[in-house]
Design a protein around this ligand. Sequence first.
Ligand code: ADE
Length: 228
Amino acid sequence: MELDVFTLFPEAFEWFESQRHVRNALAEGHRLGYVNYRDYTPLTGGQVDDTPFGGGAGMVLRVDVVEAALRARYGADPTDVRRERRVLALTPGGRMLDDALVDELAAEPALTLLCGRYEGFDERILEHFASDRLSIGKYVLAGGELPAMVVCDAILRKQPGALGHEESALEESFSQALDGAPEYPHYTRPAEYRGWDVPEVLLSGHHAKIREWRLEQARERGAGNSLP
Ligand code: ADE
């Protein structure tokens, strides 16, 4: 899969790219590229944003700047680009990211992520260049970089070969394998700690019983009675 992130801060992704599952996914042939809006702005002095019409606080990412960056990357009118590949604008008011949407996106051959900054996007960017508006939660962050990393992380770790042999994205929280329920609890050594015991069944070596217990735990957590 090819992931293109449009951002004013490509350097913010350095740590993200150093993560093992991301490196694994890239080694498997997936691609993660960055386009800095500022490199393509048609305005002088590297300007990328402007004050909002009608007044108000903050600055708004300009539509002509985003168009120039999309054109430079894809050599096409951005209103057509979104027909060829999904162009996801990261914005708090967008569709909420969940495991089902991650699965849907992970199956795409190519995705473009548009990071906003400041007060966000000129609405025409969302209307004419984006195919989707995506939110990682009902709160406002200072920009789309962290949301873009969240989306890329969730997508890349689903790619075959991204996680180590011992790990699997198949049976984890919110997956179909667990009927969308949160994952069952995990324990490791020591088996007893301050009198807190690991459930007996997990030490039994009885795989069928362990599986049954885990599914039951996931179901119970899904019913909302997991944590105090
Ligand atoms: N940009 C700023 N806040 C955001 C959020 N919660 N989700 C996606 N993009 C954002």
